[in-house]
Ligand binder design. Structure first.
Ligand code: F6R
Length: 614
């Protein structure tokens, strides 16, 4: 949510900043802007709408050359997405510019105080208050870094702030509390960004910033302190993917590329999990086997697609590890009274590792002394630092707003956790765990097979582009798959879509069925005969009422043929693993249908990747 870039060094700052913004545009695309410090002057340019509008303005009136600059791509919170509310925001004297991600909760009081003290605020944003507070500090004689430290002490809420000042033209200052910011270390140049993707074309050496830290960025060095000015410990790391991973690589959309990358992402997430002794090993886990043996309940917290991965995890954890498992939307979790003890394992699933709702749930769980394990895709993000242990998915950067490869790798990660719990708690024998890992290792090939047969799914999606509603049904692990299929369609095609548990149909939703309504049904493998037969009956019931049935079933399942207007066959796999192969056609379906409607599937309306505000 909002992309931030800062640069100091020998290259033209404008080029580096705009290139960085292009890579971060998935974080917000309501408006974009840059501020450069050139020849003792501040040059600010900003435009509502996507980055292309800013680029056009910059081409028409190129700003002066500069080696220091900051840039922002916005997902609006306070103030409409127009030119005035776009970041950067400047102070009254036009010497300080600031960009921001997050929400400053006490902004109204600060704005009122500033207005009373004679400042003129021109936008409706919370951010602008910071520019004027910095102005006061700088006028009182503080350097920009000291000014930032003092101002941060006055702010409530979550923020990443990055500022420049004409009085210190070779300096960019950043600060973070509960919002992402990473440093990229170059040779004679340094970078600041919400995410390493912004500078990956220049350096893969990064520094993780901790909570409540301020960073001073100069071409020849980086200084990090806490808000009081004391030197802070930082963690340096090397990014294990390169710039090609953050590019479309010949695909029209990142989403298409990310769907195609799923076999590789699943294989990478499984890599090196079996140790020399033939046992499953989860290196980064940091929670000991003895501690895991004490666990008597698992609670999973997550949002959106990651929540759907959690719903599927429940089946695996209960079945393989014999542990009761609850799954909760992270934003609901701390507003009730969840019963957590030292023996509760809380699993927080988040692709970005920056979802504020999930982070707040993690903090709540740790306050109640529960052990917390994160499942995360982004190295250097906040979630792994706040958890007792972490299992990284190895999906690589996911840039399209709609989650695809991250979801499949989250599934792999939670399967691994469930098997590991089964192994250490003795509910699964070693050979059973190894057999299941072997089946999981075969999934990349199965996914390749799915991807090769998606032509008819695309055709079907295009034929439904004028529909207004699609329903999705499933049972058991097929139910969260149905919910995921519906979520993809809502967010990409802006259509009404709902995922139901097929058993719930007769308790109400069947009233929605009308002539020719498309209904997608995820059929469990035939090996689960009771489940399978029940859903076949459900298909007949909806078809009898006029539904157009689109059936996803394992290959060779002829029993569904008479009731399927369209049959999508997926490879036969064990029931618990079926979500891996059954989700892909739903991703392709939503992507193609949205494209047929003329939507930008990488940047759906009103959304942004990484929801860093509550
Ligand atoms: C949907 C989607 C979102 C995210 C959700 C959680 O396609 O991408 O629903 O899954 O916002 O994000 P993370 O996993 O980053 O916590």
């Amino acid at each position: 949510m909002c992309g931030i870039v800062g640069y100091v060094g020998g290259q033209p700052a404008l080029d580096v900043v705009v290139e960085g913004l292009a890579r971060l545009e998935y974080r917000g695309y309501d408006s974009a802007g840059v501020a450069l410090v050139a020849g003792g002057e501040l040059a600010v340019e900003k435009r509502a709408g996507k980055l292309v509008n800013l680029r056009k303005a910059l081409d028409e009136a190129p700003p002066p050359a500069a080696s220091t600059g900051i840039g922002h791509t916005r997902w609006a919170t306070h103030g409409a997405p127009n030119d005035t509310n776009a970041h950067p925001h400047a102070d009254c004297s036009g010497t300080v510019a600031v960009i921001h991600n997050g929400i400053i909760e006490n902004f109204a009081a600060l704005r009122a105080e500033l207005a009373e003290n004679g400042h003129t605020l021109t936008s409706d944003t919370d951010t602008e208050a910071v520019a004027h507070l910095l102005e006061d500090e700088v006028k009182a004689g503080a350097g920009l870094a000291d000014a930032m430290r003092r101002v941060c002490g006055r702010l409530e809420g979550a923020f990443t702030l990055v500022a420049v000042h004409t009085g210190e033209p070779d300096l960019v200052v950043g600060a973070r509390r509960n919002s992402p910011l990473v440093v990229g270390r170059g040779d004679g140049e340094n970078f600041l960004a919400s995410d390493v993707a912004a500078f990956i074309a220049h350096t893969r050496d990064a520094i993780e910033l901790g909570q409540d830290q301020v960073v001073e960025l100069r071409a020849d060095g980086v200084v990090v302190t806490d808000f009081s000015g004391a030197p802070a410990d930082v963690t340096e790391y090397h990014v294990d993917w390169d710039v090609s991973a953050a590019e479309k690589g010949g695909f029209d959309y990142f989403m298409l590329k990310e769907i195609a990358e799923q076999p590789r992402a699943v294989a990478d997430t499984l890599l090196g999990r079996i140790g020399a002794d033939g046992r499953l090993t989860l290196d980064e886990m940091r929670i000991s086997d003895a501690q895991l043996r004490e666990i008597d309940k698992v609670v999973i917290v997550a949002c959106g697609t990651a929540y759907h991965a959690g719903l599927i995890a429940k089946y695996a954890i209960e079945h393989w590890a014999g542990l009761p498992c609850e799954v909760e939307l992270a934003h609901e979790f701390r507003y009730r009274d969840p019963i957590l003890t030292r023996s509760t394992l809380v699993i927080a699933i988040s692709q970005s590792g920056e979802t504020m709702d999930t982070l707040m749930a993690v903090r709540h769980a740790r306050e109640q002394r529960a052990r917390v394990l994160g499942v995360c895709n982004v190295n250097g993000s906040t979630l792994p630092r706040e958890c007792d242990g972490v299992l990284y998915t190895h999906a690589g950067p996911e840039i399209a707003v709609a989650s695809t490869k991250a979801f499949l790798t989250q599934l792999v990660a939670v399967y691994l956790i469930a098997l590991y719990l089964g192994q250490v708690r003795g509910t699964k024998f070693g050979d059973e765990v190894r057999d299941m890992i072997k089946v999981l290792s075969g999934m990349p090939d199965k996914l390749d097979q799915v991807l090769e047969t998606m032509g008819p799914v695309r055709e079907l999606a295009r034929s439904l582009a004028n529909e207004h509603c699609v329903l999705f049904l499933g049972r058991h692990v097929g139910f969260p798959v149905a919910m995921e299929g519906a979520l993809k369609l809502k967010e990409l095609a802006y259509m009404h879509a709902e995922g139901f548990a097929a058993g719930e149909l007769k308790h109400g939703p069947i009233a929605l069925i009308e002539q020719d309504l498309p209904v997608v049904v995820v059929v469990p493998p035939r090996a689960r005969d009771v489940l399978h037969d029940k859903i076949v009956s459900n298909i007949q019931e909806i078809r009898a009422r006029g539904a157009r049935t689109i059936v996803i079933a394992e290959e060779g399942d002829t029993s569904v043929e008479p009731y399927a207007d369209t049959l999508i066959s997926v490879p036969a796999v064990p029931t618990l693993l079926q979500p891996l192969v059954a989700t892909v056609p739903l991703q392709v379906f939503a992507c193609e249908l949205a494209t047929a409607k003329g939507h930008d599937v990488d940047q759906p309306r009103n959304l942004a990747k990484s929801v860093t505000v509550e």
